[in-house]
Design a protein around this ligand. Structure first.
Ligand SMILES: C[S@@+](CC[C@H](N)C(=O)[O-])C[C@H]1O[C@@H](n2cnc3c(N)ncnc32)[C@H](O)[C@@H]1O
Length: 263
């Protein structure tokens, strides 16, 4: 009988390959099979051995090339063949990544597995745009929500809870539903003038940003015609955004004593 393989659910981060953890890079480099999502970058996939089998199970909005139950079965079956499988997911496997469902299935089948966290899109986009998700005096907490719902039903979210201007709201998968989201937030009391930052292809060379008021973000995002994943950060913390964060870094560097720069 074959030895039982092992499945590693690995977070690939938001796009920049340098945001992979050391553990993720090591596991990808030893994988016999890589089962990956659509948003995993080519640079990250290139870390797998040339001999590793690469299986794309990528999902696009409204398009599910490989249904989730087939992905679950595939992982169990590959491990049953004694293979070391890296299940590579964009961002973190446990944030809107269905990692929990895959783990449940692996557990039920008795397959040894491990979850390796990744930098989420929220963390990556926050860092790359210089907008902290919490900040003393501006946001006492942060909440992640999805703007996508099953079978195109209306969104079923806790609008009243989400409309709290003391908390930063991060909206994943909201590009198609941002009109519904902003309208509902405003009608549940969120200030219409609250700033929103939309980040497209965050942490990659194709990153684009857009800042607008909550009552204007849907139209502006439509005009921007984003291509690729989009994340919305809603809240007072967006007031800290500077058009070009690198300029701020340059300014700080210029103020440092010469010895510190040379060190
Ligand atoms: C299925 S969710 C996966 C989230 C992922 N597990 C995480 O931890 O970030 C996909 C959504 O994440 C967001 N996303 C992922 N990568 C992104 C990026 N590089 N820039 C902006 N948004 C991104 C988008 O909202 C996209 O629709």
């Amino acid at each position: 009988m074959n030895r039982l393989g092992r499945v590693f659910l690995v977070g690939a981060g938001p796009g920049d390959p340098e945001l992979l953890t050391l553990k993720a890079a090591r596991l990808i480099g030893r994988a016999e099979v890589v089962v990956h999502d659509r948003l995993v970058s080519a640079e990250v996939l290139a870390l797998a051995p040339a001999t590793a089998r690469r299986i794309s199970v990528g999902k696009a909005p409204k398009r599910h090339p490989v249904p989730q139950d087939q992905i679950n079965e595939m992982l169990v079956s590959l491990a049953g063949q004694g293979l070391t499988v890296v299940r590579l997911k964009g961002g973190d496997p446990y944030i809107f990544g269905r990692g929990g469902e895959e783990v449940e299935c692996l557990k039920a089948a008795g397959v040894p597995h491990e979850v390796v966290p990744g930098i989420s899109a929220a963390q990556g986009c926050s860092a790359s745009t210089g907008v902290p998700l919490t900040h003393r005096g501006l946001a006492t907490g942060v909440r992640y929500v999805t703007g996508h719902c099953r079978a195109d039903l209306p969104l079923d979210l806790d609008w009243a809870g989400m409309a709290d201007p003391e908390t930063t709201l991060v909206v994943y998968m909201g590009a198609a539903s941002i009109t519904e989201i902003s309208d509902n937030l405003i009608s549940h009391g969120m200030p219409a003038g609250l700033p929103v930052l939309a980040i497209n292809n965050g942490t990659t060379p194709a990153e684009r940003r857009l800042v607008a008021r909550l009552d204007d973000i849907a139209g502006r995002a439509r005009e921007a015609n984003f291509d690729g994943p989009v994340l919305f950060i809603v809240g007072r913390v967006v007031s800290l955004y500077e058009e070009c964060p690198d300029a701020a870094v340059a300014r700080i560097a210029a103020e440092l004593p010469r010895e510190a720069v040379d060190a």
